[in-house]
Structure formats: C-alpha cells, structure tokens
Design a binder for this molecule. Structure first.
Ligand code: SF4
Length: 395
C-alpha cells in the first residue's frame, strides 16, 4: 500500500569529492591531497552511509540529476568512486533518463576508467580545460596541458559519453585577447555540447592572491571585451547562452545547474556540500575528518554548518537573484503566479535606470540582462535588492 502513496517529486543529488592531486594557485574550494590512501575508502564509506540515512526521502522523490563535483572526482581511486555511484542508486530511486555528471581534471582520467564510469551511469563529463595556452595553465597551477584535454575528450567519446562540458577561464595572468580567442577556437574545435566561462577572481588566502604583484592581469575593460567576444563567437558556432556563464547546443543545457537557478530542490553530500530541501538551506562543515567521524558516529547534527529555514519573502529575493542569471530573465506573469505580487510594483522603478542605461532589457513580458548587464549583474542585483545586516532580504 505504501507503494501506491509514492510520489515522484524531482530532486538533484550533489556529491562533493574533496580531493585534488595538487592545489591550483587560485582555488579556494574545499579540497586537499590526502597523504594516506585509506582516506578514500573511509570517505566513500561515509558518503554511502550518509546517503543511506536519507532513504526515507526516496519514498517521495525520484532524483533526475546527479552531479559528482569537487575537488577532482577523477582523482578518487575508481573502485571507491564506483562504490559511491552504486551507493547513490541503492539509496535513491534515480530516474532512467537522469543526467549524471562527473567533473574531471584532464590529467586524472583514462579511457578505461571513463568506460567504467559510463557503465555505472555517468553520461555527462565536465572537463576543467581553462585555457589552451600552456603558459596560462602554468600560471594557474593546473597539472595538465592542452594535449591532455584533447586526449580526455577523445577518450570520453570512445567511452560513449555524448555530453561534454568544457570549463574555460578568462582574466588569467598574462592572458591576451588573442590568446583568449585562440582558447575559444580550440575549445569549439573539440565539439563539446556545453561550454562554461569563468572570470578569474582573486580569492583571499590563495597563493595567487598572496603573490598578486608578480602577475599581470587583464584589466576590467579587457575582461569585458573577452566576455563579449565569447558570447558572439559562441553564438556564431551554435552555442546558445542560457545563463550568465553557460552556453550549450540546444537540448544540452545542464539540467542539474538549472535546478539551482530555478530554486528547485537538491541534496548535497560531503563536507562543504550545500542543500536546498523542504524550504531549508543547509550545508555541511568543510572537514573530511569531521565528516567521516560524525557520519560513522551517527552524530548527524554535528555535521551541519549553516542551516536556514527560508520564509516566503526570502524565497522571493532568492528567486530574483537566481532567475535573473538566466538568459530568459524574470517573466512577469510567472512571478505573479509564484508569489501573487506584481514584479513591476516591487522592482520596476529601481530597474528603470538600468533599462535606460542598456544593462537590462524589458521585453514586455520579461526583464532580462543584456550582455553588459550580465557582466555587472552582481552589482545591479545588490542595488535592486535590499538586505539587512545579516544578509536577509528585505521587501
Ligand atoms: S582542480 Fe579544481 S578543485 Fe582542485 S585545486 Fe584545482 S580548481 Fe581547485
């Protein structure tokens, strides 16, 4: 009888793999290189046990996206990664056509391993290419060459992974407009289904930030030129921009990341992983040893780092912030259906000067950023949305 009460609500599953072979010079994500190989096995055990503790969720939810991110998932020993992939399916009713993505550093994956992951369900590979220029890759502290990227794409195709993303970066030390153009051209030549662009940000505490005076960075004007060129070049090559930083051939938009921007539910596992579930946003503390200890010891409460019930008015602020990232922007009618409020009455006046300045387009049915608006979207959003001292949205 319980079977007949089952619902099939959609859900995203995120698993964080906090390991990398070597830390990149600019990176402030939670990841490290374990010196003791037994950590991988203990970590896989902990993630699997943690997911199992959510089995009840499987009664109502059928995950349609899974994202294995990091860190570098492909730096895990394949046996441990395969155990995690099987663990996901034994804890959740993952739907048949689910999008299952794995992030990959090009120096850490071989064809045989990719074949095994494909057989375990991975059908999308997100490759951290960043640049095709060897000097730029060296400045970033990446452990791979562009040759490794080409080989990984070839291996992934051989392994029958037919949905590939390439991550590219602009704003890299010593990068020029020409070298960026070259990176884009060589990325497109590899025929990925999806391309993501990131602007390098100097994060406090990273080696690159601490030694910033040794580098020459492209200035804001150059970064904008690089971003605008990428948008027009990728459009001319058949990649549609659907989000500030994301471009895809039609039908290959990342379904998992769309969940984040469309305020849909997802559960994250692993240290520093975030979740949005049943109107609560929460994350786990960024420590592998604490994570293993608390999962194994059953002290789930001790895992939690941030925990916040999201009231309706906060949801409205989040909706505006996340939806405006999408190329489709905010549809007035949908906003009214979702919140019972008139978008123009709340934000129309504040947005008017950005419409006038060419940063936001009012299409009649929707508001959306133009290319120049996307480049400064954080500034515009913080201007139109009001937050209190604790960062809570004020209506
Ligand atoms: S591979 Fe990715 S997660 Fe690992 S150090 Fe480099 S940027 Fe950070």
């Amino acid at each position: 009888m319980a079977q007949s009460r089952r619902q099939n609500k959609r859900l995203g599953i995120y698993v964080h793999i906090p390991f990398c072979r070597k830390k990149c010079a600019y990176c402030d994500f939670y990841s490290y290189c374990p010196h003791d190989a037994r950590v991988y096995e203990a970590y896989a055990d902990a993630v699997i046990a943690h997911m199992k503790s959510y089995r009840d969720v499987g009664v109502d939810y059928a995950p349609d996206t899974v994202y294995i991110g990091g860190g570098t998932p492909t730096s895990m020993p394949p046996e441990e990664m395969l155990r995690i992939l099987h663990g996901i399916r034994s804890s959740f009713r993952v739907v048949k056509n689910a999008e299952i993505t794995m992030e990959c550093n090009p120096a850490t994956a071989d064809m045989q391993t990719l074949r095994r992951y494909r057989r375990a369900g991975v059908n999308r590979l997100s490759i951290g290419m960043q640049s095709s220029n060897e000097n730029e890759l060296r400045a970033l502290g990446r452990i791979h060459s562009f040759g490794d990227v080409k080989r990984t794409v070839r291996d992934a195709r051989e392994a029958r992974i037919d949905n590939i993303n390439l991550d590219l970066m602009y704003g890299i030390p010593f990068q020029t407009f020409d070298s960026w153009r070259d990176t884009l051209r060589r990325a497109v030549a590899l025929r990925p289904e999806h391309i993501s662009l990131y602007c390098l940000k100097l994060e406090a505490g990273t080696p690159m930030c601490e030694n910033a005076s040794r580098y020459v960075f492209p200035d804001d004007e150059m970064q904008f030129a690089m971003y605008s060129h990428a948008i027009s070049y990728l459009a001319s090559c058949g990649y549609e921009q659907y989000e500030i930083s994301n471009f895809a051939r039609r039908g290959f938009e990342c379904r998992h990341n769309l969940k984040y921007w469309q305020c849909e539910e997802y559960l994250g596992f692993g240290p520093s992983a975030h979740s949005y579930f049943a109107d609560v946003r929460f994350s786990f503390k960024p420590s592998v040893s604490e994570y293993i200890k608390n999962v194994v010891g059953g002290a789930r409460g001790a895992l939690t780092d941030e925990y916040e019930q999201i009231p309706a008015r906060e949801r409205l602020g989040e909706y505006v912030m996340l939806r405006m990232r999408l190329n489709a922007g905010i549809d007035r009618a949908e906003f009214f259906r979702t919140f019972g409020k008139d978008f123009d009455r709340l934000f129309g006046q504040k947005l008017a000067r950005y419409v006038k300045g060419g940063f936001v387009k009012d299409t009649g049915g929707a508001y959306r950023f133009t290319t120049s608006g996307m480049f400064v979207s954080n500034y515009i959003l913080s201007d139109i949305l009001d937050f209190d001292a604790d960062g809570h949205f004020l209506l």
